[in-house]
Design a protein around this ligand. Structure first.
Ligand SMILES: *Cc1c(COP(=O)(O)O)cnc(C)c1O
Length: 349
């Protein structure tokens, strides 16, 4: 047949659903959304759904502008940050030169580049899984960096990112901050210095709202306007009315999220040190997950053993460099204690 697209889909972490399972495979937040979200849901008027959702998402933009001390014109909202990334790629990556991103990073960058026929180069991480920004000193049509990176969890300081932005003033540099609320700093202050910086964020991880599908980008209003045009040409009502209301309620409750995300970071430190007592080496995570390996055990066997106990973690058979690693999302302290106990059991078998 003529004209049929050949395409390899993005493969998300699977979504098992068993009673009493410990689901620590897709970096979801183990805590429920803010009680303010539940209140907003109860107060939601079903009748309002007969109208189309908002075209400009002012309600949510105002809430985000308040939270981050920005102007609403610096913001665009999408149906999850995956969609926001698609708007970015369509809006900013139209040169004939390759865009650049690491070979080990969030899998969707390659998927969008392929889908939109954007040429790209995947630059290898160093042997210890770091991003070396000097590798990016080559002609390019744009740069995409997850910071902290996934699935490594490693973080680049704002000093390093500033140097990168200075070196590439005539292309857009996207910094994907999906995990910034678990890290020591955000790149938001760099927006005042660099108009080529676009920061992408999501409510899926830090705000416990993976199922609601809200993401956003922040940047120079001139470039955000280009993204708005792409969105209008693609799916103008992509953010539904209920999602926008509930997301705004979440964004307003900063103290609740600060509390649960601090708890996750504390649990991460506890879990990493517990893993170390079993002989695991973990990368230095500034996220809500940890990438860990063990010199002597059969890592895929541990993955299957945990699965049999209804504990779901993430194993990447590809690329080859990740074959001896597991990526384990940080759940509640109780979930991580049970996971540690199961790993101990496996080691004693
Ligand atoms: C989870 C994740 C996303 C996608 O988030 P959604 O808003 O749920 O689409 C984007 N980037 C990175 C690095 C992620 O880990």
């Amino acid at each position: 047949m003529k004209g049929i697209r050949k395409i390899a889909p993005y493969i998300p972490g699977n979504q098992p659903n068993y009673p009493n399972m410990i689901k620590i495979n897709t970096n979801e937040n183990p805590y429920p959304p803010s009680p303010k979200v539940e209140k907003a849901l109860k107060e939601f008027k079903v009748e309002d759904l007969k109208r189309y959702s908002s075209l400009d998402n002012q309600l949510l933009k105002n809430a985000l502008a308040d939270k981050h001390q920005l102007l609403p014109e610096q913001l665009i909202i999408g149906n999850g940050s995956d969609e926001v990334l698609a708007f970015c790629f369509l809006a900013f990556f139209n040169s004939s030169e390759s865009i650049l991103f690491p070979d080990i990073t969030y899998g969707f960058y390659k998927v969008w580049a392929d889908l939109f026929h954007i040429p790209f180069k995947e630059l290898p991480l160093t042997t210890d899984f770091h991003i070396d920004f000097s590798d990016y000193n080559q002609p390019n049509g744009g740069i995409v960096i997850a910071n902290p990176n996934a699935p490594t969890g490693l973080f680049k300081s704002s000093e390093a990112v500033r140097t990168l932005l200075k070196k590439h003033p005539d292309v857009i540099v996207i910094i994907d901050e999906a995990y910034a609320e678990f890290a020591e700093e955000t790149m938001l202050p760099l927006l005042d210095e660099f108009s080529n910086l676009i920061i992408v964020r999501t409510l899926s991880k830090s705000q416990s709202l993976a199922g609601l599908r809200i993401g956003y980008a922040i940047g120079d209003p001139r470039y955000i306007a280009v993204m708005e045009s792409v969105k209008s040409s693609f799916n103008p009502y992509s953010v539904d009315l209920l999602a926008e209301k509930l997301a705004a309620a979440a964004v307003e409750d900063t103290s609740y999220y600060q509390k649960i995300n601090e708890e996750i970071c504390k649990t991460r430190e506890w879990f990493v040190s517990k893993l170390a007592t079993f002989g695991f080496q973990s990368l230095d995570s500034q996220t809500n997950f940890v990438l860990t390996t063990h010199k002597t055990i059969d890592v895929p066997a541990l993955y299957h053993f945990l699965e049999e106990q209804n504990i779901f973690v993430r194993y990447f058979a590809k690329p080859a460099r990740l074959k001896k690693y597991l990526r384990i999302s940080i759940g509640t302290r109780e979930e991580m204690e049970k996971t540690a106990a199961a790993i101990d059991c496996f080691l004693k078998e």
